[in-house]
Design a protein around this ligand. Structure first.
Ligand code: SAH
Length: 250
């Protein structure tokens, strides 16, 4: 059996209990060395075979999995955050399907929610935004039609932008097509790692601040009025509002 496991954003205690238990049993672990903290491998048993996928191509990763399976071993493919978001797991799963190799996916804490926790924010605020857009600047690996940040900005939703901090100036330019320049932005570098940095600003000044800190990788760009001071109180906890579990008071 092969397990695709979300390692979480960095702090090794943010893997799920299920993910950790499987990692403890694994005979072969292939992990994304550039993004997953090496300390997480401390969970592994002695004698485990470890591959760092940072320097491997897709066929090499698949070969390593196949070899483990042929030897009756338990194989873990460890991905940063949650595997379903910019994890490139689809191509691995399709290849395993072709070869008749069984696999399961264990979700993880994605870096966009980890970043929100570090800035102590709620993405969905009544009267502000009930929608989160997860996206990235179109880059070397391409993006689909209609996915341009300038188009998405027009929704003025809460936004989490992955893989894009190296182009922060262009990202800001595109965002300004929808949001006003006073919209709060937080850039969270290596959320939950010891070297984490949080830079707060607005669309007006964030590019300069990020430049000053020389952050050009491994960061979330969070954008939206959900980080501002205005919002409406939640109806769910409003004392005059009735719902399935509570009667409202007059
Ligand atoms: N599957 C991962 C994303 C992989 S793509 C997830 O769910 O988080 C890699 C990008 O994710 C990085 O360029 C960065 O934008 C973001 N990222 C991953 N870990 C991060 C962290 N700890 N803090 C901030 N951003 C992170």
């Amino acid at each position: 059996m092969v397990y695709f496991i979300g390692a979480g954003p960095g702090d090794i205690e943010l893997i799920t209990v299920k993910g950790m238990k499987l990692l403890q049993k694994a005979d072969v672990v292939i992990y994304t060395g550039s993004l997953v903290s090496g300390n997480i491998l401390d969970y592994c048993k002695e004698g485990v075979t470890i591959y760092n996928s940072a320097s491997m191509s897709l066929p090499e990763v698949i070969d390593a999995i196949q070899e483990g399976i042929d030897q009756g071993k338990m194989v873990v493919r460890l991905h940063t955050g949650d595997p379903s978001i910019y994890g490139a797991i689809r191509e691995q799963m399709d290849e395993l399907d072709k070869r008749g190799i069984d696999f399961e996916i264990i979700p993880g804490v994605s870096s966009f929610v980890a970043a929100a926790s570090r800035v102590k924010a709620e993405f969905t605020l009544p009267g502000v935004s009930q929608t989160i857009i997860i996206t990235r600047k179109e880059g070397r690996t391409g993006t689909s039609e209609g996915g341009k940040i300038s188009e998405l900005a027009k929704h003025r939703a809460s936004m989490a932008i992955f893989l894009s901090v190296q182009s922060i100036s262009q990202v800001v330019e595109e965002l300004l097509e929808g949001y006003n320049e006073n919209t709060p932005v937080a850039v969270v570098y290596k959320a939950t790692w010891p070297e984490e940095k949080i830079i707060r600003g607005t669309l007006k000044d964030i590019a300069e601040k990020v430049g000053d800190e020389k952050i050009n990788r491994h960061a979330q760009i969070l954008v939206g009025d959900f980080m501002g001071s205005q919002y409406e109180l939640s109806k769910l906890y409003d004392s005059s509002f009735s719902h399935m579990y509570r009667s409202g008071k007059e």
